[in-house]
Design a protein around this ligand. Structure first.
Ligand code: GLN
Length: 276
């Protein structure tokens, strides 16, 4: 087992993967159906031929820089695992900043709050908030039917389907009603920067979930004009932004009648969330 893992790690390191050893252990654990910390320590424990073949197939995919999340079909976010596919953006630790910002701004988490999440993808933001806010209900909007199917599956798996609805939509167009909380992590990478991202992202994540137009801000331009109308007076809005975009987005919010935005930094010290 140890030898198989070391050989796998060597191959991944050659493919330029920094997390080669960790990823190899994760794939071995997946093949054996055990938690990583329970992997057999013995160097002599052999993989069955079937398991060895499964590990080899996973390794081929990873060596081609396919992300671990696509190989495993899931990725952890906050306290849950979320199903992911090639049609959804992987949940990222950066986005946990938005969850913290929203939870930190609420004085009463038990209220029957209404949430809307624009560009819901896997549903990770909406479903995490619903699981933390026991009496909240939420609507997840996305322009991708395939992503909405994944979000719906995640809601089922997490036992949140009765409080979550998903709907095809284009930012705020045609949406009625008012919400206590508006959240979004829209695509915000400047189009020209996408090809320079790591291959796991540029080759495998959906371009439609990354590309934010020439300056990365197109989706904010589409969404923000609808927000004042959709937010209850005194409601809360939290938008994830890319590096260097926070003040531009705050200015757009102010121009749309939502002044006084604050910022929250991610673990890397980058202003990652704009909150009103
Ligand atoms: N809302 C989802 C997330 O935060 C998807 C975001 C996106 O596709 N840009 O992961």
């Amino acid at each position: 087992m140890g030898q198989a893992i070391n050989a796998a790690a060597e191959r991944l390191a050659e493919a330029g993967i920094d997390t080669a050893h960790f990823d190899s252990r994760l794939m071995a654990a997946e093949v054996l159906g055990v938690e990583m910390r329970r992997l057999p320590a013995s160097h002599h424990a052999e993989l069955s031929p079937e398991d060895a073949a499964r590990l080899a197939a996973m390794l081929d995919r990873r060596a081609a820089r396919e992300p671990m999340s696509h190989i495993l079909g899931r990725r952890g976010f906050w306290t849950h695992d979320f199903l992911v596919t090639k049609d959804t953006l992987d949940p990222r630790p950066d986005t946990e900043t938005l969850i913290e910002a929203v939870l930190g701004a609420l004085d009463d988490r038990g209220r029957p709050l209404r949430l809307v999440d624009f560009g819901t993808g896997t549903g990770c933001i909406l479903l995490t908030l619903l699981s933390e806010l026991g009496h909240a209900t939420g609507l997840g909007i996305d322009a991708s039917e395939a992503a909405l199917a994944v979000a719906g599956d995640n809601a089922e798996r997490l036992g949140l389907a009765s409080r979550a609805q998903f709907r095809l939509g284009d930012w705020g167009w045609g949406l009625d009603g008012v919400f206590d909380i508006i959240v979004s992590n829209p695509p915000y990478i400047p189009d020209g920067d996408i090809d320079g991202l790591e291959p796991e992202v540029s080759r495998y994540e959906p371009r439609s979930a990354l590309a934010g137009g020439a300056d990365g801000l197109d989706c904010y331009r589409a969404l923000i004009p609808h927000m004042a109308r959709l937010l209850v007076p005194g409601g809360l809005a939290a938008l994830e932004v890319g590096a260097g975009q926070a003040s531009d987005v705050a200015a757009m919010l102010a121009a749309a009648g939502l002044p006084g935005a604050g910022f929250r930094c991610d673990l890397g010290g980058i202003e990652r969330c704009v909150i009103v």
